[in-house]
Design a protein around this ligand. Structure first.
Ligand code: DGJ
Length: 729
């Protein structure tokens, strides 16, 4: 049991293996937040402070008690318009135009298992590994009822939250904000870390002390974006990888989001996370319910490494779904950087033949196989084969690949439309645009209106036909622009504010339909690389192309940032050609391989262009990846260095039984006449003896963890490191 309720005191406790979450409904029915941190097993209300603070509102039922203010109390789900001037979780406009909500406690429900959310991704778990708590709040003055839902996976130290808002009245209400998470932390000093970036440089870590007022990371792009990720970390100033307190929150949502953190006048912290309210206005008609997306949370008293382990496990095992979630992923060869749009069947078969000979499992045919798609100006939406390039069609190509012992995968960009396409000529009204204005183009393309059921039906039919026309084992689902021009003829003028969220719901509906209809197909997400790398997409696609930047040096940083929340199996990562197409940098092929192996591995170049020595290396790399893939994907991941600020990137995978460890890394620059770098391993058995495969030497686990090991002497820049340790029986 993980959920405990004391009906006398109103205390709710959610207890996981190492953490505890507490809240309490007080004498006014206000649901106060008491605690999220280490297990205390004790009612933490004694920590609450009731200062008399000027200019803070007092609820009417507190009479003349100036010390009772929603502006200073830690609350579980803060509302607009009740004298709490901090950021709030919910805001609604009533039929008279007023917009206050005064949510008070009504009741609770506890059930076995983990709740699901209609039409939205959510953590799933068996009844014997999870529980659900629902706390029902009701507006004191209207018929709005809000259910706060908590899912608990005690063994994983994971708590999820989402909110359902019901209109039990007989007039519509307009929701202008409906956050998934509102978390007050009334104690301690905190810093925050978020993940920012741009196309080809995603999820760069940035950690800063909180400033008084509001700090935010958000997206208004219709997707979770390259620029900010819907994940955040709050940590004590002394927090490191292995010590100190931290709280992590990941929004399982692929659309525009907002994460805000406020440090208030009382030095208290409030974290609010959810759909971006700047692009949200939702009419809640009588009897309707609005469900927010889910936030996945965890707390660690032992630094960020433990937090990452919790998130890796929950996302890999309880968010990702389908046949491939835990299965070994095929090693891919993708033709994009090898050919771009300039290919035909012969060229593709030539690439495949060489790849097959070196041990690659699957060829992925990227952009350009359909419609009139010879560059990025045309063809999107025309999901039928370009027979000029592929004269025998996909059936013949997949057959020839199968004969080589290779599987076949295919690229789509379903949500997009080119103006120069059959689809646009037939259905211009399916492209998103504001009727009285010219649309905004990006990469020359427009976006399809995913809120329109006809669009979704067309996509389902056309993609299904392609999937049935050949032996296709994989789909890369790309999305290459941000969205604007929010307008759809499917909604009335007053309800256009629903479109951004309805777009995401439409996308999820189509993904659900396709993944259900084609359960044997591996779906890989992509948005110009990692522009939609979020837990929402991972519910449908167990791996996502991490970045269009395939430069191994830069990838160490991108993958470092990605690793704080997302499991290694989710990271699509390929070896590409040098000079690198994004940076012009030349790195050794082994460095590119070692870096790409920290993910779901593949190649993205024409292997025919390599020398015989390099080809030999490639075939050895594939054997090595296959040998270690279980350890890489199922093992615990340790960030042994900080590549953003350090001179090298080193990371480690350790099997759950701790008998095996793989250390990978890149030493960025070689300097003559200096001592070798030393790195301390983590997560080993202190008393075990470990044999290092590369030199046959034996080392004590305790020594490797306390004294470390010398990294090999480097030669040249971006020098690769790989050390494989196994415990002696
Ligand atoms: C962006 C992706 O990230 C690339 O890998 C490639 O698929 C291109 N789109 C194709 O247009």
């Amino acid at each position: 049991m993980a959920i405990f309720v004391n009906e006398k005191t109103g205390l709710f406790q959610i207890i996981t293996d190492n953490t505890e979450y507490q809240m309490k409904a007080d004498k006014y029915g206000v649901l106060k937040h008491l605690w999220y941190g280490e297990k205390t097993g004790y009612d933490m209300e004694y920590l609450q402070n009731y200062p008399d603070v000027g200019f803070s509102g007092n609820i009417y039922d507190a009479g003349n008690d100036r010390t009772y203010s929603l502006d200073t109390l830690p609350l579980e789900y803060a509302c607009e318009g009740v004298g709490d001037y901090r950021i709030t979780g919910i805001s609604a406009v009533h039929s008279d135009g007023s917009c206050a909500l005064d949510l008070r406690y009504k009741g609770y429900r506890i059930s076995r298992g983990k709740y699901g959310i209609n039409g939205l991704p959510a953590v799933y778990a068996d009844e014997n590994e999870s529980e659900t708590l629902e706390i029902i709040l009701r507006d004191k003055y209207s018929n709005i009822e809000v259910t706060l839902r908590y899912g608990v996976l005690p063994k994983l130290d994971i708590i999820t939250r989402c909110v359902s808002i019901a209109n039990n009245g007989n007039v519509p209400v307009i929701l202008t904000k409906a956050a998934s998470l509102c978390l007050d932390i009334a104690y301690g000093e905190w810093e925050w870390m978020h993940f920012h970036g741009r196309h080809t440089m995603e999820r760069v870590t940035e950690r800063s002390p909180l400033i008084h007022g509001i700090q935010e990371s958000s997206s208004k792009r219709g997707t979770s974006s390259h620029h900010q990720n819907p994940s955040v970390l709050l940590c004590s100033p002394d927090c490191t990888e292995t010590s100190g307190s931290c709280i992590g929150a990941v929004l399982a949502y692929s659309g525009s989001f907002k994460t805000q953190i406020e440090l208030d006048q009382q030095e208290q912290v409030r974290l609010v996370m959810g759909i971006n309210p700047e692009l949200f206005r939702w009419e809640l008609k009588p009897s309707e319910v609005f469900d927010t997306p889910e936030v996945i949370m965890s707390y660690s008293a032992n630094g960020m490494e433990k937090l990452s382990h919790n998130f890796h496990k929950v996302i890999r095992e309880h968010v990702c779904r389908g046949k491939y979630k835990l299965a070994k992923r095929p090693v891919l060869i993708n033709n994009w950087e090898a050919t771009y749009f300039d290919f035909n069947e012969e060229k593709i078969l030539g690439i495949a033949e060489q790849a097959a000979a070196l041990g690659v499992d699957m060829l992925v045919l990227d952009d350009g196989w359909f419609g009139k798609r010879n560059d990025d100006c045309s063809g999107l939406g025309d999901w039928f084969v370009n027979e000029e390039k592929l004269c025998g069609g996909l059936g013949s190509l997949s057959k020839k690949l199968n004969e080589m012992g290779m599987k076949f995968g295919l690229w789509f960009e379903p949500e997009m439309i080119s103006e120069d396409s059959e689809l646009y000529r037939t259905h211009p009204e399916w492209a998103i645009r504001i009727p009285s204005r010219d649309p905004i183009r990006s990469r020359y393309q427009l976006v399809l209106d995913m809120t329109n059921p006809d669009v979704r039906e067309y996509l389902f039919e056309s993609m299904s036909n392609i999937l049935k026309s050949a032996d296709i084992s994989y789909i890369k689902w790309d999305m290459n622009r941000s969205i604007c021009d929010w307008y759809t003829p499917c909604l009335s003028a007053e309800n256009q504010g629903e479109m951004p969220h309805r777009y995401v719901l439409g996308l999820y509906e189509l993904l659900e339909q396709l993944t259900t209809a084609f359960p044997n197909v591996l779906f890989e997400g992509c948005s110009g690389g990692g522009g939609r790398f979020d837990a929402g997409m991972l519910y449908y696609c167990p791996q996502i192309w991490c970045s269009d930047d395939t430069d191994a040096y830069e990838r160490t940083k991108i993958q470092y940032g990605t690793s704080f929340f997302y499991p290694i199996s989710a990271v699509g990562s390929h070896v590409s050609a040098v000079p690198n197409h994004q940076t012009g940098r030349i790195t050794p092929i082994e460095t590119r391989a070692v870096t790409a192996m920290a993910g779901s591995f593949g190649y993205e170049l024409d292997l025919n262009t390599l020398s015989n020595e390099e080809k030999q290396e490639v075939s050895e790399q594939i054997v090595r990846f296959k040998k270690y893939s279980e350890l890489i994907h199922n093992g615990l991941y340790y960030r042994l260095s900080d590549p953003i600020n350090g001179k090298f990137a080193v990371w480690e995978f350790v099997s759950e039984d701790k008998n095996e460890a793989l250390v990978h890394g890149v030493i960025f620059q070689t300097e003559p006449n200096r001592t070798q770098y030393r790195i301390k391993l983590r997560g080993l058995l202190p008393e075990a003896d470990y044999r290092l495969e590369e030199n046959g030497e034996i080392y004590k686990g305790r020594a490797l963890m306390n004294g470390g090991i010398l990294l090999p002497k480097s030669w040249g820049d971006n020098f690769p490191v790989q050390m494989h340790f196994t415990a002696e029986a």
